[in-house]
Design a protein around this ligand. Structure first.
Ligand code: FEO
Ligand code: CA
Ligand code: CA
Ligand code: CA
Length: 662
């Protein structure tokens, strides 16, 4: 099979931004930044502007921008109200609102103290999660865009929005709750981290740290089968585990009780013991139809979904989606649709979603030491996934999907250093995925305990970062980016070739840590967000805990080459002789640095490459009302601002109106 990098015409046409800890977004000379929307901004003409005092009602967050901006996607909008992939001056922007960053920002004076939460505060937090859809337009001049507050497309999806299930776990006993006795529906999406989109023009939002909003009572194991307990524990929901939100304490209405995955009635149909199973899915939303009901697609498996990225769809071939499970030592997956791609399905919304995502095959990845890899099928009755399974007696395909992690364990998948975003090169189909960091690996010569692992060829690093803060960080504190090429360049293939594209490191680190030869213009730590633009330029965003003593989180642009440019080998005894693809000033450059204590996550661009959207999550997250540490986004234009810090979407344009980074 042939594979070209396709990027010989690309060049990084901007001057690198210096690392810094300023309370602004820093961009290259010749670029401009504006704020599109931030937490609490109204999506209607009639709701008041955000007041900077927490006075907005809980109900108004059904019509306001949520908190914790994360993954997003831009869809061009035609004059007729349909998906128009090539339209750049008018579109719908879908943005994930992952979590409530700081109660001191959302509420008048922080969260009310006490063991039982105040219902009005909980209602507001429930409504501040989820997804926003808003129409955006360019003005009469320039390429900057603003929100159309009067648009009928503007919509909020929250942790209370009714949703349906699709796929093999729909209507299974594992999804039956008091709300949906037949297991076909549920309410709400939570902890929507990264995202995806479909070739037919819908948005995918992915449920990651859903354990954060669900509690489980002490002693709950007494009413559970051994098999249920195995599943709950494997997903981190041990009995007695309390959500930091304590939503379940706000009242006796099942709007609140449902946040405890515990027995509250005589039978499963009488309580929410299965509520935990109703989260951890990929959720499809049709932004062009504001009254459509979102669907949780169970065929794509249940785990801490970071995101869900499509292959380059080809007519007559399956549609393939790549996914990561963002927890330490978890897996990479892909889903291959049964239906073959028909371009006539563009614009068919949730009908197309059912066609391509209800039926198909889920695979999990194994990375072999020789640079090859295998996709292992997670289908009931294959690869030992049946009632005779010694690890976990699988009952049916619904059981395999709800407990995809256990299925991955059973078939010998490779445990990775926290899979975050994936991205598919539009030029050659190669797939990239960030492995952000992992503190749970031990030295090759050490004896692992508990869930610890030694390094392997795909996750090859163990070292101690003694520089950051007061405590050393051990394992793989700076992360890396892996990539693969499917056999025959066929996304549905069951084998692939892989290498390591890039290793995070500080420029000053020793050569055996700074394996990609990073310098001051491109050094970074903990890659997380990852996205290819239509030219094949790769954008890398960071969510870092190991380099924030020196710089705020950042975004870089890269010309990544192709599989085979990097190498990854660990010699006998575990001594690293590993090397990433070479990073030079011509192939990797820092484009942006965010404000204080933020994460840079989420990226989109108009098709003409003249308007870029980037999300800034949790600026000033270490502060409080009494001692704020950031006033961003107000600080972007007013250095003396004392307004509350807010997550926000920024708009970046060239001052000359031209294409970005050419
Ligand atoms: Fe929400 Fe994996 O970051
Ligand atoms: Ca992330
Ligand atoms: Ca992260
Ligand atoms: Ca973060």
């Amino acid at each position: 099979s042939s594979s070209t990098s396709g990027d010989s015409t690309l060049s990084l046409g901007f001057e690198a931004v210096a690392k810094n800890k300023n309370d602004v977004v820093t961009i290259p000379a010749g670029y401009e930044v504006s704020i599109l929307h931030a937490l609490g901004d109204p999506l209607t003409a009639t709701d008041a502007d955000w007041a900077n005092n927490g006075s907005e009602t809980a109900d108004s967050y059904n019509r306001r921008i949520g908190d914790g901006h994360d993954g997003m996607h831009y869809f061009g909008l035609s004059d007729a109200g349909a998906y128009q992939a090539d339209r750049s001056d008018r579109g719908l922007l879908c943005v994930n609102h992952e979590y409530v960053v700081g109660p001191f920002v959302l509420h008048p004076s922080g969260r009310t103290a006490g063991a039982n939460r105040t219902a009005s505060e909980v209602d507001k937090e429930i409504n501040a999660h989820g997804v926003s859809v808003c129409e955006i337009r360019r003005g009469n001049s320039g390429s900057a865009m603003t929100v159309v507050r009067t648009s009928t497309y503007n919509r909020r999806i929250t942790s209370a929005t009714p949703m349906n299930f699709g796929g093999a776990a729909r209507a299974s006993s594992l999804l039956k709750t008091k709300y949906s006795a037949d297991g076909t529906a549920t309410r709400g999406t939570n902890n929507n981290c990264a995202n995806g989109y479909t070739p037919w023009g819908t948005y995918l939002t992915c449920e990651e740290n859903f354990t954060n909003v669900i509690s489980r009572a002490t002693g709950d194991n007494a009413s559970r089968s051994a098999k249920e307990i195995t599943g709950l524990n494997r997903y981190g929901m041990t009995q007695g585990r309390k959500s930091p939100y304590f939503w379940e304490t706000a009242g006796t209405d099942d709007l609140y009780v449902r946040w405890s995955a515990s027995v509250t009635g005589a039978t499963a149909a009488d309580d929410y013991r299965n509520v935990f199973n109703t989260f951890g899915w990929v959720v499809e939303i049709d932004p062009f139809n504001p009254t459509s009901t979102p669907v949780k697609h169970t065929a794509l498996g249940r785990f801490a979904h970071e995101g869900c990225w499509p292959c380059n769809a080809v007519a007559g071939k399956p549609v393939v989606f790549y996914m990561g499970d963002d927890s330490r030592n978890e897996y990479i997956y892909k889903f291959v649709s049964k239906a073959l791609w028909d371009t006539a399905d563009v614009g068919k919304g949730m009908t197309a979603g059912a066609k391509y995502m209800d039926e198909g095959t889920l695979y999990v990845a194994r990375f072999n030491a020789d640079g090859t890899g295998n996709w292992i099928e997670l289908t009931y009755g294959k690869n030992g996934l049946d009632a005779s399974n010694a690890t976990y007696a699988f009952a049916d395909q619904a059981d395999v999907l709800v407990h995809a992690r256990l299925a991955g364990d059973s078939v010998g998948a490779t445990k990775m250093d926290r899979p975050e975003w994936g991205a598919v090169n539009p030029v050659n189909g190669e797939v990239y995925m960030t492995l952000t960091n992992n503190s749970n690996r031990v030295a090759p010569t050490a004896t692992p305990s508990g869930s610890q692992l030694k390094p392997d060829t795909a996750n090859p690093r163990y070292y101690e970062d003694l520089k950051s803060g007061t405590t050393s960080q051990k394992g793989n504190p700076n992360g890396h980016i892996i990539r693969w090429r499917e056999a025959g360049n066929d996304p549905a293939a069951t084998t692939f070739a892989w290498d390591i594209y890039l290793f995070g490191a500080e420029a000053a680190a020793a050569a055996d840590v700074n394996l990609s030869g990073l310098t001051d213009i491109n050094d970074f730590s903990s890659p997380d967000g990852l996205w290819f633009d239509r030219n094949g330029m790769l954008w890398i965003q960071t969510d870092d805990g190991a380099y924030t003593d020196v710089t705020n989180c950042m975004m870089l642009a890269a010309i990544p080459g192709k599989v085979g440019d990097g190498t990854a080998a660990v010699a006998a005894g575990g001594t690293a002789t590993i090397k990433g693809a070479n990073a030079t000033s011509a192939t990797l450059r820092r484009f942006l640095v965010g404000p204080k204590e933020c994460e840079i996550t989420g990226i989109a661009m108009t098709p003409d490459r003249k308007t870029m959207f980037v999300n800034v999550q949790h600026p000033g997250e270490d502060g409080s009302l009494a001692a704020p540490t950031s006033a961003w986004p107000s600080s972007q234009t007013d250095a003396s601002s004392t307004r509350r810090p807010r997550s926000a979407t920024i708009v970046i344009t060239r001052t000359n109106g031209g294409e970005i980074a050419v």
